[in-house]
Structure formats: C-alpha cells, structure tokens
Design a binder for this molecule. Structure first.
Ligand code: HMG
Length: 382
C-alpha cells in the first residue's frame, strides 16, 4: 500500500525584512548574505503571530472537510507551553472534530520527519485514517548575532494518507543520532544558542553518513534520483550538502541535481529558516519550480541539531498538482529595520504579565490577541 503526502500547504507571516537592509545596518557586504549565505529576505514575526496561528494559517488551506483526520501532530521547537500541546489550540481554530488525538513532538528541525514517519505507521494500521502533520516554527537567534541573517518563520501542513496525491514515501530510510552540542535552546532562553560553523560540519557529516548507508542498504545510486531536497537553515547549506556528493561532476545528472536544488531554494531564500518546516518548504518549492516528473524519486535529507538526521525518499505521484498548495509571498509587506527590531522585542516569549495586541494591524486570518491570566488569547477573523 502506498502511504505518503496527500496534501501540503505553507504559510508565513505578513511581513518581511530585505536582507540588504539588514546587511547595511550590520555593516556587512550585502553579497555575504545574498550569495555567501544565500538568503534574500526573512519573515518578520509581529506579536500577533506565533506557532499556533502560523500552523492554523497553513492547515486552513488544506481540504480537511473530506478528510478523515484521526490525529494531529504539531512538530515544533518553538513551543509556547511546557505542558499543553500547541495542536489543541490549532484543532480549535480549525474547527476539527473533538474525536481526535493531538500531540506535539520535538527534536530541533528534525521532528516533522519523525511525525511523518509516525503518521505512516498510523495509516498502515488503519488505511482509512488520515493524519495531519504541521511543522511550525519561529527561528530566533537574536539581534546582531551571527545567526540573525538565518532567522525566519512559517509553517508547513501536510495530510498523510494511503494512496497519496503528492508523494509516496518509500519504506527504506536511514536514521542517525548522536549527542552533539551544535545548537540548542535551554528552557530559560527565547533565542537559540549555536556553534555556527561546527553545526554546518555536523550537518554535512550526518548527510554523508545517512545517504551512503542508504545507498549501501538499497543498492541504489545517485542516478536513481531526479532531485535531492535538503533541510535549508539557509540556502547555501543545501548547496554545501549537494556539493559534498557531486563536486567533482559536471555531467547531465549533476546538472539536473543542481538545477533542482536551485528550484528547491527559491522560496526558502525569501522566507528564512522554518526549522521543522524547512525541508518541506524546499520540497514545495521544488515541485513548483523544478524538473521532476511523476514516477521519479526525490531524496529528502532531514536534519535536526542535537543531533539527528534521516535520509528518506519519495516517488512523485501523477496527481501531485491537485495536492500541492500555492505559495503567496507577493502579499507580504516589507518592513524597515526599526520595525523589525521593535517586532522582535515584542515577542511574547517568557513574559507572564497580561498584554493586549492590536490585531487590526495584522491582515492574517488567525491572530494572537494577547495574554490574559497566563492564557494565550487566539482569534479567528472572518
Ligand atoms: P558567519 O561567520 O557570519 O559567516 O556565519 P561566514 O564568515 O562563514 O560567511 C558565510 C559565507 O559567506 C562563507 O561562504 C563566506 O565565504 C561567504 P562558505 O565558505 O560558507 O561557502 N561570504 C561572502 N560571499 C560573497 N560575498 C561576500 C562574502 N563574505 C562572506 N562579500 C553561519 C555563518 C551560517 C555559521 C551563521 O549564520 C550561523 O551561525 N547560523 C545559524 C546556524 C545554522 O544555520 N547552521 C546550519 C547547520 S545546523 C542546522 O541546519 C540546524 C538548525 O536549522 C537548527 C535546528 O535543527 O533546530 C540551525
């Protein structure tokens, strides 16, 4: 039985920062950001958006009325509560049935892939069930830090089902986990701590280890792939990953893999790091802009600091366009550096006092109106 991604949709915040503006403010050459890092813009998060509203924004674009959703899994490393699952708020905002299982999972940027695999297991047990997996995050490193240029925010929502419209996930994948301190965020911090250069080396090491073990286990070779999609903390990282495998080659296959990587990078370079959702936004970008035909194999490298990697694969279905959500970035509003810095500081984070936000300033459908008696106040605008 085929099991995989039946529908996929993406949402981000209504605001962005042009990274040339950031480069000028931080006294850096813009080409370091545009070429060296490979990012052009980053999502800016107003106080009225968090992982719940972003998740709802993404999932509301899916056709959930016909779906038989048994379980909702929210994958995130930007949790808003140490106890209650963010997905319960999302379930309420979306108006899903009360007869549903809802949990939140965590392992840095990797956990959306774990959720996808858990969902495959549930569907294998009962093929009539569908699982809603939402990867939702806000990547925060802090103002004037080395990681600032790689910030971003957004959510990718996926329905996992039998006989999927978009991508059938193949049975063999390789997982790899080691206790590594490349990036982490203790409970008392609202911004990530990172050993930046080291993290990029660990990422490459985990890609090489999982990919080569996959080739050994399956007897497949690079030519069996139409495209490789990568977790994209910044788009240059995907290039480093691909080139670690094909830097010596300039044949037709290597050219195709490079062209498809560029396609996968197109949308992420306008949004920034989505943490859990990054790989899947790259996949959407690839399907919109790349050269992959139904029946062809796509390799997916998922990486989460800490660290855990998985190399998995999928076969593109002939019906993929029917389940592939649109990407509307042209509605976003550009903000200047001062507005970005103000919004960055307004983040609810660890605050415990009541606050009310101006939801009228935010054009999004799902908004966070503030905090009252330690409870987050969500609204749906009709
Ligand atoms: P940095 O020190 O600011 O940058 O840190 P740099 O000096 O290394 O320069 C970056 C690149 O720009 C270099 O290219 C330079 O040569 C180039 P590279 O050698 O890497 O190919 N450059 C220029 N290019 C053109 N014109 C110029 C110019 N100047 C320089 N004028 C770093 C960069 C990525 C380390 C930093 O931004 C950072 O710490 N980011 C956050 C960590 C991160 O994203 N790590 C990625 C791997 S870990 C991961 O993916 C997991 C994660 O998503 C979290 C999770 O799992 O939850 C992060």
């Amino acid at each position: 039985m085929k099991i995989g991604i039946d529908q996929i949709a993406f949402a981000t915040t209504p605001y962005y920062l042009d990274l040339v503006d950031l480069a000028q403010a931080r006294d850096e050459d813009p080409n370091k950001y545009l070429i060296g890092i490979g990012q052009s813009k980053q999502a800016v998060v107003p106080p009225t958006q968090d992982i719940v509203t972003l998740a709802a924004q993404a999932a509301s674009q899916l056709n959930l009325t016909a779906a038989n959703i048994s379980t909702l899994i929210v994958a995130t490393e930007s949790g808003i509560d140490q106890s209650k699952a963010a997905g319960i708020y999302v379930k309420q905002l979306l108006g899903l049935s009360d007869f549903i299982r809802v949990v939140e999972v965590k392992e840095a940027c990797y956990s959306a892939t774990a959720s996808l695999q858990f969902a495959r297991g549930l569907v294998a047990l009962n093929p009539a069930e569908q699982v809603l997996v939402i990867a939702s995050d806000i990547a925060r490193y802090g103002l004037k830090t080395g990681g600032e240029v790689t910030q971003g925010a957004g959510a990718v929502a996926m329905v996992i089902s039998a006989n999927p419209k978009v991508l059938s996930i193949e049975p063999v994948s390789v997982n790899y986990t080691q206790d590594v301190m490349d990036f982490w965020r203790p409970n008392y911090a609202t911004e990530a701590m990172v050993d930046g250069k080291y993290s990029t080396n660990v990422y490459i090491d985990f890609f090489q280890t999982t990919f080569h073990r996959y080739l050994e286990q399956t007897g497949r070779e690079l030519a069996d792939f139409a495209a490789l999609a990568f977790h994209l903390p910044f788009t240059k990282m995907g290039k480093k990953g691909l080139e670690s495998e094909i830097s010596e080659r300039d044949d037709e296959l290597a050219t195709r893999l490079r062209v498809n990587l560029t396609a996968a990078q197109l949308v992420p370079r306008e949004v920034g790091n989505l943490y859990t959702g990054s790989l899947y936004l790259g996949l959407m970008s690839l399907l919109h802009h790349g050269d992959v035909k139904p029946g062809e194999r796509i390799g997916l490298f998922s990486y989460g600091s800490g660290a855990e990697g998985e190399f998995l694969t999928g076969i593109l279905e002939s019906t993929y366009q029917a389940g592939l959500g649109g990407i509307a970035l042209d509605q976003r509003q550009r903000v200047d550096l001062a507005t970005y810095e103000t919004m960055f500081k307004q983040h609810l984070g660890l605050k415990s006092t009541d606050v009310t936000f101006n939801v009228d300033a935010d054009p999004s459908r799902f908004v966070l109106a503030g905090l009252k008696h330690h409870q987050r106040q969500y609204q749906v605008k009709e």
